[in-house]
Design a protein around this ligand. Structure first.
Ligand code: AHM
Ligand code: MG
Length: 338
């Protein structure tokens, strides 16, 4: 934004509370606290080898993946920042087997926070963009804030966002009324609004997918990609370009900025896993952001936000981004199923 005086995240949130009545004081505090934690994570990521934070932590997470030191540190930063404010009933994370209750010594609030503390783990040690993804739900009044409380469809999210730690650190946020981007001013330590109402173009000629899995894909998936690859001499009659960062935050950020389709399909490598990405802290928050920016998000058949989660760490196939492409590839999957 070329505005001479960009407004800070703090002011944006205060106005959302005071003038728009869109959020209450607890949700404002929650977003501020998450943003503060993202600032700390950004600093740790930025130090790289100088901070002694690269490499494996020597532990595995619940999905059996080796945790990086920065995965563990980012998780701790988010936990510590959010435990004591009185705005949360519980937290859950990609890096923890079970939900984390608020310790008894602190007051409890009405919200649940779910996050992937540092997404794009394979890129941490090689100086490529990584990020934090988060989703906010209300804790149902009638149940304990255990796993069951978190198992709500994505349509019930009251806020979602991500921070991408790239050449600059950008926090992207939706409170259910458009998508706004805040760039971290590193000198002031403040997130400043640099883009409001981000919109994803409905059409695109760019796709993001890990092509090395092609041999494991289902037939409609192969058909769709083969048509893109055929370019102007094929049925699509135009050339397509490919980008794959292997950090969902960075790929989604590109799509929010200039359009595109991001796909992590179901594959036959492990038939028990319907996709690689996790519904509650990767697919749902990104789907809310993408829909709020005018795009679409499905699992190849259903709208992601309508899926009723059965497990905290459940996986899902993900197709999101420019509406026309997401609708087309979803149609191919639906037609193949009938
Ligand atoms: P992670 O949460 O362990 O980092 O895994 C999620 C990441 C996504 O950011 C990215 O889109 C995908 O995994 C990359 O997968 P691949 O290594 O198969 O390309
Ligand atoms: Mg992840």
């Amino acid at each position: 934004m070329a505005d001479a005086k960009p407004i800070s995240l703090t002011r944006f949130l205060l106005e959302q509370q005071r003038d728009q009545g869109r959020i209450n004081a607890d949700l404002r505090l929650l977003i501020e606290v998450v943003a503060r934690a993202c600032k700390r994570i950004s600093i740790a990521v930025g130090k790289g080898a100088l901070g002694g934070v690269l490499g494996n932590a020597g532990t595995d997470n619940v999905q059996g993946e080796a945790q990086k030191k920065l995965d563990v540190l980012s998780n701790e930063i988010l936990l510590e920042a959010n435990e004591w404010g009185g705005h949360l009933a519980a937290l859950a994370s990609e890096e923890m087997d079970d939900p984390h209750p608020i310790p008894h010594r602190y007051p409890k609030g009405e919200y649940l926070l779910v996050f992937d503390p540092l997404d794009g783990s394979s890129n941490i040690d090689v100086n490529i963009s990584v990020g934090t993804i988060f989703s906010v739900l209300r804790c149902p009044a009638d149940i304990e804030p255990g796993e069951q409380a978190f198992l709500q469809a994505g349509t019930r999210q009251v806020a979602a966002g991500y921070a991408v730690y790239g050449s600059s650190t950008v926090l992207v946020l939706t409170l259910g009324d458009g998508v706004h981007a805040f760039t971290l001013d590193r000198e002031q330590g403040t997130f400043l609004l640099t883009q409001s109402d981000m919109r994803i173009p409905e059409q695109t000629s760019e796709f993001a997918i890990n092509m090395s899995n092609l041999r494991h894909w289902e037939p409609p998936m192969r058909q769709y990609i083969e048509e893109l690859l055929a370019g102007r001499t094929g049925v699509r009659e135009r050339d397509f370009n490919m980008r794959w960062v292997a950090s969902m935050v960075a790929d989604v950020h590109r799509i929010l900025t200039r359009g595109g389709i991001f796909i992590y399909p179901r594959d036959m490598k492990d038939p028990d896993k319907p996709g690689k990405l996790r519904l509650m802290y990767e697919a749902n928050p990104m789907a809310m952001i993408v829909e709020q920016a005018g795009g679409a998000a499905t699992d190849g058949r259903l709208r992601i936000l309508d899926i009723q989660p059965e497990k905290l760490h459940e996986r899902v196939a993900v197709f999101l981004g420019s509406k026309d492409e997401v609708e087309r590839v979803t149609r191919y999957h639906r037609e193949a199923a009938t």
